[in-house]
Each structure stands twice: as C-alpha cells, then as structure tokens.
Ligand binder design. Structure first.
Ligand code: ZN
Ligand code: ZN
Ligand code: ZN
Length: 413
C-alpha cells in the first residue's frame, strides 16, 4: 500500500474498496488511487451509533468508527457529527423501541444497556441488509430494482441463498436449445403460420401491451434467438425479465420474508419467473424429504407434460424465492417456451391476475390447479390426446396457509 497504485490495478484478495481505504487510514498512508489524500487522511466515517446520552442540554452519541474496532468507539457531541442519515435512523429506531417498551417516545437522559445493545443489533442488521441489497442488485440482470426491508425483527439476510437470473441446470441434465425461428413481417399483426406459437399449434400469447391473453394452463411460446423479428417484437415478454421495482420485506405475521411491489402492476402483466436449479424428479424426492424436515421447500414440479424435472429454488433462486403462498393470490403461473422447446422443461412465469397496487404483497397459490375444461382450448389441434393434458406447475410444499379459511387448513402438495 505504500507505493502509489494505479487505478484499475487488481488485488488478489477479497478486500473491498472501503476496506483498502480503511487500511490506508489505519497505516496513515495516503494513496491517490484509492482517493485517500493527505487532506482527508484523518477524516473518519461513522459506521453506526451505539448509545446516546444528554448532559445538561448537550446531546452525545457513542460512535463506532468505520475500519476501527469497538474498543476505539468514542463519545461525540452532536455538532461533531455530519452523518444526518445515520442520526435520523438512530432516533427513529430509538423512538420506535421506546414506544414498544415503555409506550413513550421521548429519549431519556441515559439509555439502559439493554436498549443500547438492541440499537447496536439493529444498526448491524441494517448494514447487513444493505450489503445484501447491493449484492442482489449487482447480480440481477433485469431492469427492476430490488430493495430489502426488515422493520419487524432482527433477522438479517438468509444465510444460504444465491441470486440467479435464469435456470441453473443441475448435474446430469442437458438442455437442448432446439428452437425454430419465425419469419413474420409483424409477429402480432401479420404472423406467418401463426408465428412461433403457431409452429406447435398454439395461440399467440400477448396483446400489444405485453399482457397475456391466454387462459391459465395454456402454454406461452415466445419468439427466440432464431426468429427474424427484433428485440421489440410483442412476442418477447418473459425473456426481458423483471421490470418492476420490488421489495423483499419481513412480514409481521410470522410468514418470514415476503415480496411487495413498489410500482403499480397492470392486470395480466408479466411480473417474474420462478427460477432455480433444475433437477430430476428423483433428486427432488430425495431433497423433498430433507426440506420437509426443515419445514420449508422450494421445489416446483414441472409437470406440464410429464413429471420428469423439478425446479429447486432453495439455494439458487431469484426474488420469487421469497414470494408467499395465498389462497387468494394475485399472481398466476404459466408455462413458457422460448429457446428451449423441450416440453418437459418449460419456464415458469408469474402474471398478475388483477391490478396490483404499489405497496401490495405479491402471492401465488402454491397448489395452483387448472380447470381441466380450460385444457380443451389449449391446443388448436383437436387430435391432442387427453393423456397429454398439460398440467400447471405446482410448488411441492408442506404449508399451513394463514388465510384462515377451513379449506386452507391442510397440507398442500
Ligand atoms: Zn413471428
Ligand atoms: Zn418468433
Ligand atoms: Zn417475434
């Protein structure tokens, strides 16, 4: 660190930019490449606030400094602190907790150690959740931003969860990318031979607003990499990924994490895909027994034609991993085929069943059933055999629904 480094140099360790800056400051070395100059070498950054006291009319805060151990924490008068946001958050957390504990919000002159300790835990949790939020957003390949919020308890980010944007193919499974493209002038208005869905005697899925107009249970065939149409083709919706800003939040009724939308979603609009690791159904059986014992499972059977593969979103998944079950859901599942036309391996997409307003929680029915009557109209081909009736993917899960109706107090599979 003593020699001036150049921008763009790489360090073969997992230190972040912040950590490297902290190292410079600890060693009292300036480093232009890291933005640590002689001028700001002695600027310190507040990591979080640990305690509060008021002596006469002066307010003091116990500061945890970024890059320094707890033993270096110092009491600072309020006017020394320029971290407005950290101060605001500290007082918000303090007041909320005072109300919860003592039904009053005015801070006392000294905090009891128990309360101060809680505030440190809360601050640490906020930082952990912020880091997780940054990590999720760095990994997403879609337009919609992800925010993370826990105003309910002290739980931090889930310990073992890796964000992915598309299926991750498990061991021993090969995807055949065998798509055939279309040659339409306009896939919606002048489809040649029914465009991509027509090739397999299915219907065109969307209107010009990208809203699905098929009944649940009917498959969606989107345009693919071999089609002549461009990126703006109305038959490319799911492949463009999540476009709404969504929030992973802690539910206050014991359902763990949930997902809410931060934007209005119009009826029949695509919201998100259910992605995870694709495994064989035998492997899913094995994992299912372990998950059952743990009380939660993220297995989603792909039983569109036959039950050969299952999606497991326990470890690898996207934001759909956090979407809760409801018997009155606002998301509906569809099977989607894009580059891979293997009917045993559809992609699973969620569409809004109604207008979903900003702030509403997103839910789907883990045991989505599709009315068999609807299946009749699934294919234009009347010779389509009953044995091949496409199913609707089901999340293989053992849950007790919290919606309260008697019908729901059962184990769902
Ligand atoms: Zn086309
Ligand atoms: Zn096409
Ligand atoms: Zn097209």
């Amino acid at each position: 660190m003593g020699e001036p480094a150049t921008l763009g140099c790489s360090v073969c360790c997992k230190s972040s930019w912040n950590q490297l800056q902290d190292l410079c400051r600890l060693a009292k070395l300036s480093c232009p490449a890291l933005g640590v100059s002689k001028k700001n070498l002695y600027d310190f950054e507040v990591e979080y606030l640990c305690d509060y006291k008021k002596i006469r009319e002066q307010e003091y805060y116990l500061v945890k400094w970024r890059g320094y151990p707890d033993s270096e924490n110092t009491w600072e008068p309020r006017q020394n602190l320029k971290c407005i946001r950290v101060l605001k958050q500290f007082h918000k957390d303090l007041e909320r907790e005072l109300v919860r504990r003592h039904r009053r919000s005015k801070p006392p002159r000294h905090l009891d150690p128990n309360l101060a300790n809680y505030l440190v835990q809360k601050a640490k949790q906020r930082r952990a959740l912020q880091r997780w939020e940054q990590e999720l957003n760095a990994k997403r390949s879609h337009l919609g931003r992800i925010t993370v919020e826990n105003e309910v308890d002290l739980d931090g980010p889930p310990r073992s969860f890796v964000y992915i944007n598309e299926y991750r193919v498990g061991e021993g499974i090969t995807l055949n990318q065998v798509a055939v493209g279309c040659e339409c002038q306009d896939c919606l208005l002048a489809p040649t031979g029914g465009c991509c869905p027509g090739a397999s005697l299915h219907k065109f899925a969307y209107n010009d607003q990208g809203q699905v107009r098929l009944k649940a249970g009917q498959p969606i065939y989107e345009c693919n990499s071999r089609c002549c149409c461009g990126y703006d083709c109305p038959n490319r919706v799911v492949q463009k990924g999540i476009r709404y800003d969504l929030c992973i939040f802690r539910t206050n009724d014991g359902r763990g994490w949930g997902v809410r939308t931060l934007e209005k979603i119009r009826k029949n609009s695509f919201v998100m895909e259910y992605v995870g690791e694709i495994i064989t159904s035998e492997e899913a059986e094995r994992r299912g027994q372990i998950y059952d014992r743990q009380g939660a499972t993220y297995l989603f059977d792909l039983d569109y034609v036959e039950d050969v593969y299952t999606v497991d979103a326990a470890y690898y998944g996207n934001i759909s991993h956090f979407v809760n079950h409801s018997c009155d859901p606002n998301l509906q599942v569809y099977n989607v085929f894009i580059d891979n036309l293997d009917e045993r391996l559809p992609r699973i997409a969620f569409f809004a069943t109604r207008t979903i307003w900003a702030g509403e929680e997103l839910t789907f029915d883990y045991n989505m059933q599709v009315d068999p009557v609807d299946m009749e109209s699934t294919r234009m081909d009347s010779n389509f055999g009953l044995a091949g009736l496409p199913g609707s993917p089901k999340k293989r899960v053992r849950i007790e629904c919290k919606c309260g109706t008697t019908a729901c107090r059962k184990y769902l599979f």
